[in-house]
Design a protein around this ligand. Structure first.
Ligand SMILES: CCCCCCC/C=C/C(=O)SCCNC(=O)CCNC(=O)[C@H](O)C(C)(C)COP(=O)(O)OP(=O)(O)OC[C@H]1O[C@@H](n2cnc3c(N)ncnc32)[C@H](O)[C@@H]1OP(=O)(O)O
Ligand SMILES: NC(=O)C1=CN([C@@H]2O[C@H](COP(=O)(O)OP(=O)(O)OC[C@H]3O[C@@H](n4cnc5c(N)ncnc54)[C@H](OP(=O)(O)O)[C@@H]3O)[C@@H](O)[C@H]2O)C=CC1
Length: 293
């Protein structure tokens, strides 16, 4: 989809890049020439990913063991990356989540999710953004959110809340940092099965609720390359005027929510014909009662 050199000279940090979508995004950025840093809390997982992905593109991929809930740890990570060269991009991807009735959540359960998704992304943006402003670097921030920023979602309330906060950060910082040429965008994926997410959101293995591909208008899950391509586009030069946007990539999933008429997709032509007759009859009846028009 892009030239191999599309991301040459780009240096991008992907939080949570050792697994799942972060790892797939890393593959995409590497294949288009970027140098990539990934971070997470499990060194063995990061090491394995770096070894595997070093064969792709320029092969410049590095890891840092970091808990993004700790602002001091983030500062240490970002300072050590800067010693090797300034970043040009950040992808806020690390997250925590699990399904649970909200009434059963403890404060610590809520905090585990909020502190990773909301606080972790903010601390990372702050550590990197302040360096870009000081050094006059026009960086690109992209946060990996979810369509729940538009619909909310039962049974994953802390995740929906924290992702929505980062959606708000995206719009707010796009304005505040536009003067520095820093772009702040987000993507909102629908279901892209990964081990990490499906263990926490589809523990029965029966694909119900938001993990059910049959409720996606396109009738399928997202493909990793599709997400990696969108991330590449948002990290590349060429459309710098795009900022403050959250771009859905969900096969139309959130537009098919129960609050819409999406289920009418099962009606036949005969059903529609009968419905049309009924609606017209109603309109005709009303017309006979009109005093004007
Ligand atoms: C529309 C599209 C469909 C798909 C959309 C997908 C959108 C988003 C997906 C994701 O974000 S998936 C990401 C999945 N990956 C992860 O979650 C990785 C990181 N996860 C973790 O580290 C753990 O799973 C964790 C539990 C979230 C946090 O671990 P931590 O070690 O920090 O905390 P703990 O001490 O284990 O637990 C803290 C607290 O939480 C309570 N808790 C844990 N699990 C549950 C549960 N299943 N139900 C209720 N409560 C839970 C735990 O009991 C602790 O509370 P206290 O008991 O101490 O009060
Ligand atoms: N899969 C899907 O269908 C969708 C996913 N998303 C989003 O995509 C992103 C990736 O999810 P996915 O790949 O599916 O799930 P994963 O569980 O594979 O990815 C989560 C990553 O975050 C890292 N992480 C978690 N907590 C921390 C922390 N405190 N500090 C540093 N790193 C941390 C984990 O590494 P470690 O445990 O080693 O720290 C892991 O690599 C998330 O933001 C998720 O909300 C959005 C919509 C749909």
């Amino acid at each position: 989809m892009f030239k191999d050199s599309t991301l040459a000279n780009k240096r991008v940090l992907i939080t949570g890049g050792g697994t799942g979508l972060g790892k797939e995004i890393a593959k995409g950025l590497l294949s288009y020439g970027a140098e990539v840093y990934i971070c997470g809390r499990r060194e063995s997982v990061l090491q394995e990913t770096v070894t595997e992905l070093a064969k792709i593109g320029s092969g410049k991929i590095h890891y840092r063991v970091t808990d993004i809930r700790d602002p001091d740890a983030i500062e240490t990570m970002v300072a050590s990356i800067w010693e090797e060269g300034a970043l040009t991009g950040l992808i806020n991807n690390a997250a925590a989540n699990f399904i649970s009735p909200t009434k059963d959540l403890s404060p610590r359960g809520y905090q585990a999710i909020r502190s990773t998704v909301m606080d972790g992304a903010f601390y990372t943006v702050l550590a990197i953004g302040k360096r870009w402003i000081k050094e006059g670097i026009k960086g690109s921030i992209v946060s990996n959110l979810v369509t729940w920023v538009w619909t909310g979602s039962a049974y994953v309330v802390p995740s929906a809340m924290a992702k929505t906060a980062i959606d708000s950060m995206t719009k707010s910082l796009a304005v505040e940092w536009g003067r520095y040429g820093i772009r702040v965008n987000a993507v909102a994926p629908g279901p892209f099965p990964t081990e990490g997410a499906w263990d926490k959101l589809n523990p029965t293995g029966t694909s119900t609720g938001a993990t059910d591909a049959s409720t996606v208008p396109m009738g399928r899950y997202g493909e990793m390359q599709e997400l990696a391509n969108l991330m590449t586009f948002l990290q590349a030069d060429g459309c710098d005027y795009i900022t403050g946007q959250t771009i859905g990539i969900d096969g139309g999933h959130h537009l098919a929510a129960p609050s819409t008429f999406a289920s009418l997709g099962s009606w036949s032509d005969d059903d529609w014909s009968s419905v049309r007759d009924s609606i017209k009859a109603s309109a005709e009846k009303e017309k006979t009662q009109r005093s004007v028009g």
